[in-house]
Write a protein that binds this ligand. Structure first.
Ligand code: NDP
Length: 315
């Protein structure tokens, strides 16, 4: 496993990290979740992602319980806040009140003294940015949060928050968590160049497009137990499967075969070609998936291959 520095901080995270959305506390039982998390740690993953809203705190509980086996200093644990956690007017957003309440609740659930990274899960148009950043800065000074990140903010929002934090506070935003994969490349236009310039790293979610980029759904097959199977008719994976999609997957798979790697490993290595991406944040429903995904950290795709992939994605 290789490690990269997050933004301009001193923190190093594994190129492959493990998330808990839709799996831990939900589709994967606790024993298997523990096996997956332990497997991840064994292959060198030191970066674990959660959020208050994932199964209303259950994902945080399962993840932190499994990680208790390991020394606290050896792993990086994250959480997030923004989405509603109750019906009250202050049970959502990025107000000082909600952030303080949610960070304390997350720490209590996880039985931790501090969380390494706290993410603003979305931008809150109703709360002044200064209020949000001051609240986070206070939590950093209290030692309850070590670093700060944002998720799915626009380039302008990240730039503004970075400037305020840089001018008035001790700590900067060091990480952005956007969606990024072979089929979803929005961040390339504005966010990547801007973040590269100011020194904010990306930790990207759904790097395998929720499993689509493993090839398991090609030609409309929906394996029993897979995420698309469990999501039923609402599954977006089913909606993207068409002839063009199948052709792209086949061509990408041919490239993977040339490298003697799997399609999932190709998809992750393609993301890691970006120096501004510090980590690809995968999910897993089996320990074997984590072993396979972690090996992508050692795959380097050459220039000709990257050109070929560009042509395929443009079909
Ligand atoms: P992925 O794109 O990695 O999809 C994960 C799913 O794909 C797994 O649960 C598994 O599903 C399947 N899979 C993974 N590896 C393999 C493999 N090698 N072979 C076969 N199938 C595989 O990521 P997620 O969509 O799960 O997102 C990852 C994390 O990102 C989340 O856990 C969360 O922490 C974070 N996230 C953040 C968001 C944000 O707004 N900031 C939004 C969404 C996610 P199965 O086996 O069940 O088919």
């Amino acid at each position: 496993m290789n490690y990269r520095r997050l933004g301009r901080s001193g923190l190093k995270v594994s190129e492959i990290s493990l998330g808990s959305w839709l799996t831990f506390g939900k589709s994967v039982c606790e024993q298997k979740a523990t096996d997956i998390i332990h497997q991840a740690y064994e292959v060198g993953i030191n970066f674990f992602d959660s959020a208050n809203v994932y199964e209303r705190g259950q994902a945080e509980i399962v993840m932190s319980r499994a990680l208790k086996t390991f020394p606290r200093e050896s792993y990086v644990m994250t959480t997030k806040a923004f989405w509603p956690m109750g019906d009250g007017p202050n049970d959502r957003g990025l107000s000082r009140k909600h952030i303080m309440d949610q960070v304390h609740s997350s720490l209590k659930r996880m039985e931790l003294d501090y969380v390494d990274i706290f993410y603003c899960h979305r931008y809150d148009v109703e709360t002044p940015l200064e209020e949000t950043l001051r609240a986070i800065d206070d939590l950093i000074r209290q030692g309850k949060i070590l670093y700060v990140g944002v998720s799915e903010w626009t380039a302008a929002q990240i730039q503004e928050a970075f400037t305020i934090a840089d001018r008035y506070l001790l700590d900067r935003i060091i990480v952005n968590q956007p969606q990024y994969n072979l089929f979803h490349r929005d961040i390339e236009e504005e966010i990547l160049p801007m973040c590269e310039r100011i020194g904010v790293s990306q930790v990207v979610w759904s790097p395998l497009a929720q499993g689509v980029l493993t090839g398991k759904y090609r030609r409309g097959e929906i394996p029993k137990g897979s995420r698309a199977y469990q999501s039923g008719e609402s599954s977006w994976m089913k909606k993207v499967i068409n002839d063009i999609f199948n052709r792209k997957i086949d061509l990408l798979d041919d490239i993977a075969k040339e490298y003697d790697i799997t399609l999932a490993q190709l998809a992750l290595a393609w993301i890691l070609r970006q120096p501004n991406v510090a980590s690809t944040l995968v999910g897993a429903s089996e320990p074997s998936q984590i072993i396979e995904n972690a090996q992508a950290s050692n795959v380097v795709l050459n220039f000709e291959t990257l050109q070929k992939i560009e042509e395929i994605t443009a079909i």
